[in-house]
Design a binder for this molecule. Structure first.
Ligand code: ZN
Length: 265
């Protein structure tokens, strides 16, 4: 009986195929080490359970992702199939300066990009939250995560977050406890707030008209971090909301749904 129970770990809580941009969730024993290649995936504590959230990069070419679960006396490999998601195409018209930036502006964009990447690669040991995640606002989704985008019929990119309809100056809430790591205006993202929730998880709130927190400030779940707006590369007021997990922008709503499911059982 003991052996059977042991074989059942880890628990596979979700489907064995994941779409690119999604997250693979593995519940493991407390002292397990979960490795994706050479990288260790930190375990998050959700209620009294230990969970590895493995981001499946939007641009991944892999058909299969395998992780090693290492315990004191054992090492096992578990794999998940990666399916290509059926993301939509979008055509967006913005001011030409947001598609053809000048050299000076390019320097600024590069600096902001480098700063953000450095933050997203940082894995803080402390986990700041222990309650379910909330949404930054309750509103209609106007553009889903993952849409393939064409700006002014030339610039191709993909949508790294979820857009919510938000009239000017709608209060925007922190989705959980954390520490503010970015609170300033940026060229593409406009008025930006980024919160570190610990263990390599960050939430980002863009295009704000007003920022109501400061870098380094500790915030609680539900704290109003800013007011929505139309700053940065936009064609109208809305909130752009991104989740970064170990430097991968993944589908934020899927992540929240999966992490919150642990609070329901
Ligand atoms: Zn967006």
């Amino acid at each position: 009986m003991k052996i059977v129970l042991w074989l059942m770990m880890p628990l596979f809580l979700f489907a064995v195929s994941i779409e690119n941009g999604g997250v693979y969730v593995l519940e493991v024993k407390k002292d397990s080490i979960v490795k994706l290649g050479k990288k260790s995936i930190p375990l998050m504590k959700v209620k009294k359970r230990y969970v590895a959230f493995i981001p499946i990069d939007y641009k991944t070419k892999s058909k299969k992702i395998c992780v090693n679960i290492i315990n004191l006396n054992s090492k096992r490999e578990v794999c998940v199939d990666v399916k290509k998601a059926n993301y939509k195409k979008e055509y967006i018209k913005v001011h030409n300066s947001k598609v053809y930036p000048t050299k000076k502006v390019l320097d600024r964009i590069y600096k902001e990009y480098k700063e953000a990447k450095k933050i997203y690669k940082t894995v803080t040991k402390k986990q700041y939250w222990n309650e379910p995640f909330i949404l930054p606002l309750h509103s209609k989704i106007t553009s889903a995560y993952g849409n393939a985008r064409m700006f002014n019929h030339t610039l191709k990119s993909f949508h790294t977050g979820t857009d919510f309809r938000a009239r000017m100056k709608t209060p925007i809430k922190a989705i959980n406890n954390g520490v503010v790591v970015i609170a300033k205006d940026r060229y593409y993202a406009g008025g930006s707030v980024v919160i570190n929730h610990g263990k390599g998880l960050y939430s980002c709130y863009y295009h704000l008209s007003k920022i109501l927190v400061k870098k380094g400030q500790k915030v609680k779940r539900g704290k109003i971090v800013g007011l929505s707006g139309k700053s940065g590369r936009v064609n109208g007021p809305h909130l752009h909301f991104t989740i970064e997990l170990y430097n991968h922008a993944i589908n934020p709503l899927e992540f929240i749904r999966k992490i919150n499911s642990f609070f329901k059982h």
